[in-house]
Ligand binder design. Sequence first.
Ligand code: AMP
Length: 371
Amino acid sequence: MSIIKLHDKYFKSYISEQQIDAAIQSIVKQVYEDCKDETPIFIGILNGCFMFVADFVRKYPGKCEVSFVKLSSYEGTNSTGKIKQLVGINENLENRTVVILEDIIDTGNTLQEIYEIFKDKKLKHLKIATLFFKPDVFKKELHIDYIGIPIPDKFIVGYGLDYDGIGRNFAEIYQLTTPTTMKNIVLFGPPGAGKGTQADLLKEKYNLMHISTGDVFRYNIKNETALGLLAKSYMDNGDLVPDEITIDMLKAEVEKNNDANGFIFDGFPRTESQAAALDAFLEEKGEAINGMVALEVSEDLLVQRLLERGKTSGRSDDQDESKIRNRFNEYNTKTAILKDYYQAQNKYFGVNGVGAINDITKRLSDVFDKL
Ligand code: AMP
């Protein structure tokens, strides 16, 4: 999902080009079915409708005429309900079938105005087609013949629709959103440092989503998914799973939880290219990493801890000292440098990871509170 900023407001992607295209195709089909024996006049209501009309008439398979009227009733993000101007139609519409093409109908004030204007023009038929429709705010008894996509009462831009003049040129629809200032924390440390244990406690305390890439891989291996099969041989040896696989998986996990208050990333990033990919990915969303919080524990202590854990955790990579040493080798050669990566952004916070679980949680919380 991408976030854009227009003037002072943020908008998130909402309706894709493909969805718009399919909706228009469906309206075209219905209109053609009703009008194929005549030459309808399609009248667009400017400005917002220009893209819709252009795409609509290009798809329309029959004979037709195209014209526009201009009624402006919008200022900012709220419908003022006041129609301010009208540029009329010069065609003789008597006994013709007119199909009004609207980009969006919300309160129905504009639609009412349209009905008023065309009432005394002696049309054969007046039909209304709208690409978007807000059923929750539509207050009128007026009939709408063709509806593309019903949407909730949220302000939208793109595909001809603007926010204070801009945004009309986007090919897809964006929806007004409040910028979520997430708390995104990388919980860092060598294998066995206690990241998983602490993340479980901290996610509750701070209402964050905990993503452990190791857990996701283990889940996939257990369920014998394609991803699991890919990752298994690397994990069994204590090697890192290749970056592309891991990065794609991480992005998918984040996307699944877009509504979260923020994330605790545990076991990710583990290479500089993963860190850069994470930064770029979050930036696209208007988000960022608040900090890397690192559990600092010496390697010798950890090897002992992991061997202990291996007796009960069922993790094959915890049971063999040479595999454990290889995980530290991977950590020292590829992962440890991430300290520099985050330090360069003033985002590295080291915490003593030796002691009782509660004491360590307290030390981590002191840092979390500041981020
Ligand atoms: P963990 O549970 O974090 O100790 O991860 C266990 C294993 O999963 C690692 O030894 C790697 O094989 C794999 N893995 C987990 N996270 C990553 C990552 N970010 N990049 C590459 N491999 C990973």
